[in-house]
Design a binder for this molecule. Structure first.
Ligand code: FEO
Length: 403
């Protein structure tokens, strides 16, 4: 056994991906646990590679494949998704196996052209496939399932009929780096899948529900889900599909989330009193200082909370830069069906609360009530109001919680 040892997932099916131990930022999304790019090799009468890895890791993936077969013998390369973390080693593979046939969705073909038109695309033998199309490898058969907007227009998944394995690409992934490859070997995998969903799939929740209907309509059994990131679901894979259904429908709990930043402690004092008010009213409360918490984790909290209070100090007549950045990130992920309460502090002219109100209005999010701002520092009557607001938000959270 060496560091390039592939891992057998099922008879003739191998994980040949890479673990990115030091990944801490996935295109702007914090990944404190690292990540992996999963590729799978199927060895039958024909040899198929499902997805590849991020280009800097191509050599490692090829070494791993070489432990099983000569990579030049690869007959088929399946590109489930063109985003670079899965496709950017395709040029390297097609150079080693120039006769390999490539399979992608219609939009996948367009994306591969756009990315790799100067890297050999014109020489590739590419076949477009859609839902229900099949590819025989000999004893094993692959079937393609379009997974449009999970999370790009081109996204596709590949199902191996005989072993009932769904190669799901980004769907059902998690960003964790581990030497373990299966869900029953690691802790908190559903929590990691929820963080991933909140940061990657949340804006596409209605398409997730359509996708679940489409897969159910195909009437296929799924014994294993092998995603493009993280560990493989082999222990009751239906549990993550069921969780996707809940997250997509907007599952929330009786919970108030308070997100803030602070300069001289005024906004923080207000936040703390709201926490105390909500806590005393009997709901769970989470407090997230934007410079002290991973935003990716905070987004998972946003997904679960029906009521969210956001506080900012005023700096140069604007909301604080972290609050502005967070609102930009959060509104892009479109968490729906929530109520937002805005608060903050200022010294001279103000501006933070107004700026936040503008952002929330342009995202068409609903406010939980009139915003609150204090000048310089909150005194006892201000803090009393904050506590009362916390209690009011708790009542809303109880009424709005789904599940
Ligand atoms: Fe894992 Fe959309 O890339």
């Amino acid at each position: 056994m060496d560091e390039y040892e592939p891992l057998k997932v099922a008879e003739g099916v191998y994980w040949v991906g890479v673990v990115d131990w030091n990944l801490r930022d996935f295109h702007g999304y914090e990944t404190p646990k690292g990540g992996s790019y999963n590729a799978y090799l199927i060895v039958d009468e024909k040899i198929a590679l499902i997805d590849t890895v991020k280009a800097p890791f191509a050599g490692e993936m090829i070494k791993r494949i070489s432990r099983i077969v000569d990579p030049s013998r690869i007959d088929y390369v399946i590109s489930n998704h063109v985003e670079m973390d899965h496709s950017s080693s395709i040029p390297a593979i097609m150079e080693i196996a120039p006769k390999a046939k490539l399979f992608a969705s219609s939009k996948g073909k367009t994306g591969l052209y756009e990315y790799y038109k100067e890297d050999g695309f014109e020489d590739w033998d590419l076949q477009v496939v859609g839902t229900g199309d099949e590819l025989s490898l000999g004893k094993k058969t692959l079937m393609f399932i379009e997974a449009t907007m999970l999370h790009w227009p081109d996204s596709m998944q590949t199902y191996m009929k005989e072993d009932r394995i769904l190669f799901s690409n980004d769907g059902f992934g998690q960003h964790i780096a581990t030497s373990k490859r299966f869900d029953d070997e690691v802790e908190d995998v559903l929590e990691d899948a929820a963080i991933y969903y909140a940061n990657i799939l949340l804006p596409f929740s209605s398409q997730v529900l359509k996708y679940i209907d489409r897969v159910n309509g195909l009437g296929i059994g799924i014994d294993m889900i092998a995603p493009g990131h993280g560990v493989i679901w082999r222990k009751d894979p239906a549990r993550v599909i069921e969780a996707y259904g809940r997250w997509a429908k907007g599952e929330t709990f009786a919970k108030v989330l308070v997100i803030y930043d602070t300069m001289w402690g005024s906004t923080e004092k207000m936040a703390m009193e709201m926490v105390e008010g909500a806590r005393s009213a009997g709901v769970e409360v989470r407090l997230r200082h934007l410079r002290k918490n991973d935003w990716s984790m905070t987004l998972k909290e946003v997904m679960e909370a029906p009521v969210i209070a956001i506080g900012s100090p005023t700096m140069n007549n604007k909301m604080f830069y972290t609050v502005s950045g967070f609102l930009n990130y959060m509104t892009g992920l479109r968490p729906r069906g929530k109520k937002y309460f805005l608060f903050g502090s200022y010294g001279w002219g103000g501006g933070a609360v107004k700026g936040m109100e503008k952002e929330i209005a342009s995202a068409k999010f609903e406010l939980a009530g009139e915003s609150l701002q204090v000048k310089f520092r909150p005194f006892e009557d201000d803090l009393d109001r904050c506590r009362a607001i916390g209690q009011k938000l708790a009542g809303m959270a109880k009424d709005m919680a789904k599940y």
